[in-house]
Design a protein around this ligand. Structure first.
Ligand code: ZN
Length: 101
Protein backbone atom coordinates (compact mmCIF):
# COMPACT_ATOMS: atom_id res chain seq x y z
CA UNK A 1 0.00 0.00 0.00
CA UNK A 2 1.47 3.36 -0.91
CA UNK A 3 1.26 6.48 1.18
CA UNK A 4 -1.65 7.98 -0.74
CA UNK A 5 -3.71 4.82 -0.27
CA UNK A 6 -2.81 4.74 3.40
CA UNK A 7 -3.83 8.37 3.68
CA UNK A 8 -7.20 7.75 2.02
CA UNK A 9 -7.98 4.91 4.41
CA UNK A 10 -7.06 7.08 7.38
CA UNK A 11 -9.20 9.98 6.20
CA UNK A 12 -12.14 7.58 5.86
CA UNK A 13 -11.51 6.31 9.36
CA UNK A 14 -11.30 9.84 10.76
CA UNK A 15 -14.56 10.72 9.04
CA UNK A 16 -16.29 7.70 10.55
CA UNK A 17 -15.21 8.66 14.07
CA UNK A 18 -17.59 11.60 14.32
CA UNK A 19 -19.24 10.62 17.60
CA UNK A 20 -16.17 10.93 19.77
CA UNK A 21 -16.44 11.96 23.38
CA UNK A 22 -13.58 13.10 25.57
CA UNK A 23 -13.53 13.43 29.32
CA UNK A 24 -14.30 11.39 32.38
CA UNK A 25 -17.42 10.16 34.06
CA UNK A 26 -17.92 11.09 37.62
CA UNK A 27 -20.46 10.95 40.36
CA UNK A 28 -21.50 13.84 42.56
CA UNK A 29 -24.27 14.91 44.86
CA UNK A 30 -26.52 17.65 43.62
CA UNK A 31 -30.03 18.93 43.16
CA UNK A 32 -31.15 17.82 39.74
CA UNK A 33 -33.61 20.68 39.29
CA UNK A 34 -36.72 18.59 38.65
CA UNK A 35 -39.48 20.03 40.85
CA UNK A 36 -41.07 16.65 41.57
CA UNK A 37 -37.88 14.84 42.38
CA UNK A 38 -37.07 13.54 45.83
CA UNK A 39 -34.15 15.98 46.09
CA UNK A 40 -36.50 18.97 45.85
CA UNK A 41 -39.10 17.48 48.18
CA UNK A 42 -36.66 16.23 50.82
CA UNK A 43 -34.30 19.20 50.29
CA UNK A 44 -31.43 16.79 50.05
CA UNK A 45 -29.17 16.43 47.05
CA UNK A 46 -28.84 13.00 45.54
CA UNK A 47 -26.15 11.21 43.59
CA UNK A 48 -25.99 12.04 39.97
CA UNK A 49 -23.62 11.29 37.13
CA UNK A 50 -21.87 13.71 34.89
CA UNK A 51 -19.45 13.78 32.03
CA UNK A 52 -16.62 16.16 32.81
CA UNK A 53 -14.24 17.51 30.21
CA UNK A 54 -12.14 20.56 29.62
CA UNK A 55 -12.84 22.88 26.76
CA UNK A 56 -10.73 25.97 26.07
CA UNK A 57 -9.39 25.85 29.58
CA UNK A 58 -12.74 25.51 31.27
CA UNK A 59 -14.26 22.42 32.80
CA UNK A 60 -17.63 21.47 31.40
CA UNK A 61 -20.10 19.23 33.14
CA UNK A 62 -22.87 17.47 31.29
CA UNK A 63 -25.41 15.47 33.27
CA UNK A 64 -25.72 11.89 32.08
CA UNK A 65 -27.78 8.81 32.85
CA UNK A 66 -26.40 5.52 34.07
CA UNK A 67 -27.73 3.80 30.95
CA UNK A 68 -25.61 6.10 28.81
CA UNK A 69 -22.32 5.02 30.37
CA UNK A 70 -21.52 2.02 28.13
CA UNK A 71 -22.14 4.09 25.01
CA UNK A 72 -20.10 6.98 26.34
CA UNK A 73 -17.20 4.68 27.20
CA UNK A 74 -17.25 3.25 23.70
CA UNK A 75 -17.19 6.77 22.29
CA UNK A 76 -14.29 7.73 24.57
CA UNK A 77 -12.48 4.81 23.03
CA UNK A 78 -13.30 6.20 19.60
CA UNK A 79 -11.60 9.39 20.68
CA UNK A 80 -8.37 7.47 21.38
CA UNK A 81 -8.64 5.91 17.94
CA UNK A 82 -9.22 9.31 16.38
CA UNK A 83 -6.11 10.72 18.07
CA UNK A 84 -4.06 7.74 16.91
CA UNK A 85 -5.41 8.18 13.37
CA UNK A 86 -4.47 11.88 13.37
CA UNK A 87 -0.95 10.93 14.52
CA UNK A 88 -0.69 8.51 11.60
CA UNK A 89 -2.01 11.14 9.20
CA UNK A 90 0.62 13.65 10.28
CA UNK A 91 3.32 11.00 9.82
CA UNK A 92 2.12 10.24 6.31
CA UNK A 93 1.83 13.92 5.41
CA UNK A 94 5.38 14.48 6.68
CA UNK A 95 6.65 11.57 4.60
CA UNK A 96 4.81 12.92 1.58
CA UNK A 97 6.96 16.07 1.81
CA UNK A 98 9.76 13.97 0.31
CA UNK A 99 7.86 13.44 -2.92
CA UNK A 100 7.35 17.19 -3.28
CA UNK A 101 11.08 17.78 -3.54
ZN1 ZN B 1 -33.37 15.16 41.95
Amino acid sequence: MDLQEEKMKLVEKIQSLDNVIRGSIYEMKRYCGKPNCICARAKKPHKSLALSFSYKGKTKLIPIKKEQIPGIKARMNDYKELKAAIDELTRINAELLRSEQ
